[in-house]
Design a protein around this ligand. Sequence first.
Ligand code: ADP
Ligand code: MG
Length: 438
Amino acid sequence: MGPVRSSSTKLSRLLDLIVHSLYSHKEVFLRELVSNASDALDKLRFLSVTEPALFGDGGDLEIRIKPDPDNGTITITDTGIGMTKEELIDCLGTIAQIGTSKFLKALKENKDLGADNGLIGQFGVGFYSAFLVAEKVVVSTKSPKSDKQYVWESVADSSSYVIREETDPENFLRRGTQITLYLREDDKYKFLESTRIKNLVKNYSQFVGFPIYTWQEKSRTIEVEEEEPSKEEEEEKEGEPKKTKKTTKTEKYWDWELANETKPLWMRNSKEVSKEEYNEFYKKAFNEFLDPLAHTHFTTEGEVESILYSPGMGPLNNEDRVFISDDFDGELFPRYLSFVKGIVDSNDLPLNVSREILQESRIVRIMRKRLIRKTFDMIQEISESENKEVRSIFKKSLGSKLLPAIRFFDYKKFWENFGRFIKLGCIEDTGNHKRITP
Ligand code: ADP
Ligand code: MG
């Protein structure tokens, strides 16, 4: 079968758009490709629960990134679900119209949000960010659903692609996808440096739940045994075996190095996690553009880990009505605090049982109390930290007289977004009435 060719003006328009709008944030390509690799690994893990054959002998679930200065390429390899030929055509060959137009619209409306806020990844066009740095992209992929491996190849600006079957056994993958970027001349200097790649992975992909290895130069001390024929000894002890002396030397070599922390954020010690990490996690986990106003991370009874966030903006509907999701309605969190986002992780929470049993559970009762208290602490912190900051600025310039007149920014924002929830709390949660009323 001959190669499949396709071209589309839509594709070309999209590529132009991506290249121009994200020009100053070229490095997002790595985040997007790693995110796709991670999705592919997730998909495999999920599907192989019911169909273990998919896992086969394709190896561990992992991602490897290798810059190759000699050839001017970066290769990103995952052992995920891969793509069949049809999937290659579907996923990389055509652009979902809806994704494209949504993306265009969002870019127009949020010019200053830019690439840093993950816009490109939100609209199903992340893959094309590869063309920010690459003049040619080659995707070689092996799905466990097919016994053949296929290669997709496209040159930037050509708005067309070619698909062929992989026939060279040297390039065979057991399972998953390998993406090779042939970097543009200017970008070679920036992205072929292995420590730069490692740092980008650390920054962008720290919450990927699979190990990401990058190819790094390392050094190690090795012991070398040197024969040391001392002349006097030689003369004296002629005939005896020669003595050897051990010395050490430093040797350079290349190897894979784990670049990310695979332990989930909530399992880590809060003292060792920076505010930036909490904020990044929030945006990634809840698909948010804006930083949260505050967070709180705590352990309950030494067995339940929780992180709660006060979102940076309110729910998108502008109606003056509180929308409440049904997920945990009532068990862990009162309805009026449903705007809080977060993660509660426990091995012992009996989640598969009926509501009645859950409500009876001792740990759930304790959790509920503690989640509410921690949420109040968090809200109070928003007002207090703002107070302190603003106060010190105004003290310097105005003295303290005007202070009571100032409405503090973040807390004001919080109240505008979530005040109606808190008011509902005044009515619903009589036990906590004192804490809620300002
Ligand atoms: P999104 O990730 O939002 O779906 P992308 O443009 O980033 O959009 O990727 C498009 C599609 O291409 C993915 O949904 C997936 O089906 C496929 N794909 C991309 N990268 C991989 C990969 N490494 N392994 C398997 N499939 C992939
Ligand atoms: Mg993607």
